[in-house]
Design a protein around this ligand. Sequence first.
Ligand code: BTN
Length: 254
Amino acid sequence: SNTFSGLFEGQNVITLQRIPSTNEYLKKELSKSAPVAEGTVIMAVDQYAGRGQHGTSWQSEAGQNLTCSVLLTPTFIDPKYQFHLTVAISLAIVSLLEPLLQTKVAVKWPNDIYVGDKKIGGMLIENILKGKLWKSAVVGIGINVNQTVFPEAIRHKTTSIKQILHRDTGLPELLAGLCRHIEREYTALKNGAYQEQLLRYSACLYRIGESHPFLVDGVEVHGVLSGVNETGRLLIDFNGHTVDFGIKEIAFVI
Ligand code: BTN
């Protein structure tokens, strides 16, 4: 029987044993002449050259974690508001993980999923435009599930579902749950729920309402994270004066 409904109904999850990156794989499929249906999911057992934001890498032990890419065709979104899709996907991941972990899950702007001060997952959404129009979005999601040993350099700031629950979680079930949540949030976005989603997203933001050190042009500054604007720029309040920052203009100091 099929565990999926709607968008993901009847879609085969394509599980591949060993590939460099699910995002790269899906993008290559999209460049071929045969159409790829919305809702197609590429899942890797062993993703050995996973990619993160800004050319970083995403390392995952074979067989232990969720490393997948979902194809969406959000033609209803103006490409300049592609952040709206990031919001919907972030909410889907948070609502998958919070009931499972029974703890607060945060979104560290713009693409990281955190539990406390540790990263448990991340997303890499790549937009494929046709001229000025949106053709498709490759939604790559990585969640640390059953891995408990991480490279020395990131050990102190990384966690997994198993490190929190002390038991294994089935990857197919987790993926099915993820798809259900994506379906729900994506459909809501399509039906005009963005403002309501933005409110929920803001409530999930890592360090929202708190004074925090940030790095701006190599200089450490303190400000209160107050939210994001329509295009996804981060809003920081400096003594009642709000400044918005793009992804390359600011970094959290941890
Ligand atoms: C980040 O932390 O900067 C984003 C990480 C995104 C990782 C996922 S794993 C599945 C998909 N394929 C990739 O190569 N990357 C994403």
